[in-house]
Design a protein around this ligand. Structure first.
Ligand SMILES: [Zn+2]
Length: 217
C-alpha cells in the first residue's frame, strides 16, 4: 500500500473533525500532499470515517488521476489540489461544515480578525465566496482567488476551507476559525465588537510564526 503513514495521518485527522464538532456523519474532507512523490491522499466522500481504514483513503496525482484506491476521487479534489498547486508551500487542506463558520458563509459576512489567536493563525479576515455548485466553472478557481495569501476561505452557503504547511496546521486553523466565528457571534450580542486592525493582525501573525516558539505557518 502506497503512503501508508500519510493515509493513516489523513484518516486520523478526519476522525478528529466530528470529535471537535466540525462535521457530523460523513461530512468534511482532509487532503494532504506527500512531499517526496507529489501524490495526494484524500478522504473518500460520502462515507462514515468511523468505518474506514487507511486502505480506504484515495491516492491520486496532482492532476486527479487515480494512483491507488478503491474509491473514485470526488470532483472537489480539483479545488483541494488547486490550493496546493497555486501555493506550493501548502501541503494540506481541511474542509468542514462547522456551524458558526458556516453561518457566516450563509450570511455572506466575512469573519474579521477578532482575537489574538485568530491573528496568530490567519493574520487577515476570512472572506466568503459567492455560492458555487461543484459544476460551476469557477468552483475550482474562485475560492483560491478569494483566499489569496490567507489560510482560510468560506464557500458561500456551504462551509469553511483551511490550509496549512502541515495537516496539523490545517486542522488547527479549522478549529480556531470555528472558535473565532462563535466568539464573534456572542460578542455581537453583547456589544459592537472591536476587531484588530490590519497592522495589529499582521504584527501578531508575524510574531507568532517567526519569533515565538517553533516556526508554524
Ligand atoms: Zn462540504
Amino acid at each position: 500500500m502506497l503512503l501508508e503513514d500519510l493515509r493513516t495521518h489523513v484518516l486520523d485527522t478526519a476522525l478528529l473533525l466530528p470529535k471537535y464538532g466540525l462535521v457530523w456523519m460523513a461530512g468534511g474532507t482532509v487532503c494532504a500532499r506527500d512531499a517526496q512523490t507529489g501524490y495526494v491522499v484524500v478522504t473518500p466522500s460520502g462515507l462514515d470515517y468511523e468505518r474506514l481504514t487507511p486502505d480506504d483513503m484515495i491516492v491520486t496525482d496532482m492532476d486527479m488521476n487515480l494512483v491507488e484506491g478503491k474509491y473514485r476521487p470526488s470532483v472537489a479534489l480539483n479545488l483541494w489540489t488547486g490550493f496546493m498547486r497555486s501555493r506550493p508551500e501548502l501541503t494540506a487542506v481541511v474542509h468542514t461544515h462547522s456551524p458558526y463558520a458556516t453561518a457566516f458563509s450563509v450570511a455572506y459576512q466575512s469573519i474579521p480578525v477578532i482575537t489574538e489567536t485568530m491573528a496568530d493563525w490567519f493574520g487577515q479576515p476570512v472572506l466568503v465566496t459567492r455560492y458555487l455548485s461543484v459544476e460551476d466553472p469557477e468552483f475550482s478557481t474562485l475560492p483560491i482567488e478569494v483566499m489569496g495569501s490567507g489560510y482560510a476561505v468560506l464557500l458561500g452557503n456551504h462551509g469553511p476551507i483551511t490550509v496549512g504547511k502541515t495537516i496539523a496546521h490545517a486542522l488547527e486553523r479549522a478549529v480556531t476559525l470555528e472558535e473565532a466565528a462563535r466568539t464573534y457571534s456572542i460578542a455581537r450580542m453583547i456589544n459592537v465588537p472591536v476587531t484588530l486592525t490590519e497592522e495589529q493582525a499582521c504584527a501578531s501573525f508575524d510574531y507568532y510564526h517567526n519569533r515565538y516558539g517553533q516556526k508554524k505557518s
